[in-house]
Design a protein around this ligand. Structure first.
Ligand code: ADP
Ligand code: MG
Length: 259
């Protein structure tokens, strides 16, 4: 047991869809400031896990807690978001007719009106957060360009910046490198690494080169549960992980989930 409370705790979480066990006794702990990469074959339950954490889907049973006290299973998406849980979906959804800066201003104002976001003076903390987000995502020089003119990778960074402007405790990022050039992928890795410490970050990813670049600790999901957890080398050399990815013949179970 860690001395500090976990930033995120999932214990024995289950979720079925019409009898199909998408998530089975899923147990996962994240420390504050950690950058955790989640991998697993298609259908392993990765997106469903994010749906459960963000309140998009309710678990059938199990505990999901943020910090030591917030029971996320009793809250809706909006309440969970307000607690500081931000999710980046795979496809970027930025306002293409607004500038980079305006997108960040819209994000910092949350659900309030566009007029409010663009024409009302920001509070000091909000201004600082927008400036810091622009710096962090490396788009300071392009702040007055329309977001529609950005490359796919830059749009993804802008969307991460929009989440950062809300100062999340926990940032959930689903396949950020999909569709990016090698250089953009590498820069995305650097960006995510720079967020760790200040935020707790969960990244779902397929690209193993990218996983190798960013990962400290990797969790492998399979059939809705944790198959194995450890460093990139540990999981890549784990026989059970190889079986799942490469369809190798099963060896006798060795027990335990740690690699
Ligand atoms: P991954 O993101 O790891 O590819 P998912 O979490 O999307 O996997 O899906 C896990 C399993 O749960 C899949 O078999 C998927 O078909 C099923 N599933 C996910 N959401 C639903 C839903 N709303 N209704 C029915 N089945 C679902
Ligand atoms: Mg998915």
């Amino acid at each position: 047991m860690s001395a500090k409370p976990f930033m995120l705790l999932l214990e024995d979480v289950n979720k079925s869809f019409e009898g199909f066990h998408a998530i089975s006794n899923l147990t996962l702990y994240l420390d504050e400031g950690e950058l955790r990469v989640i991998i697993g074959p298609n259908g392993a339950g990765k997106s469903t896990m994010l749906d459960l954490i963000t309140g998009r889907t309710r678990p059938d049973s199990g505990k999901i807690e943020l910090g030591c006290s917030s029971d996320l299973t009793r809250m809706n998406e909006h309440e969970i978001n307000r607690l500081g849980v931000a999710r980046k979906f795979q496809t970027p959804s930025v306002f293409v007719d607004h500038t980079v800066l305006e997108n960040l201003l819209l994000a910092v104002e949350g659900s309030r009106s566009v007029w409010h976001a663009l024409f009302r003076p920001l509070q000091r903390g909000q201004k600082t957060r927008v400036e810091e987000a622009l710096e962090t995502i490396g788009l300071k020089d392009r702040s007055h360009e329309k977001a529609g003119l950005l490359s796919h990778g830059e749009k993804q960074w802008l969307e991460i910046g929009m989440l950062l402007a809300q100062n999340p405790k926990l940032l959930l990022v689903d396949e950020p490198a999909a569709g990016m050039s090698d250089e953009e992928t590498h820069r995305t890795g650097e960006l995510l690494i720079s967020l760790a410490g200040k935020h707790t970050v969960v990244v779902i990813e397929h690209d193993m080169n990218f996983v190798r670049q960013i990962a400290r600790k990797v969790t492998v999901l399979h059939q809705g549960t944790v198959l194995c957890e450890g460093s990139v080398d540990q999981v890549q050399n784990d026989e059970r992980v190889r079986e799942v990815y490469l369809g190798r013949k099963k060896r006798p179970a060795v027990g335990g989930v740690k690699c």
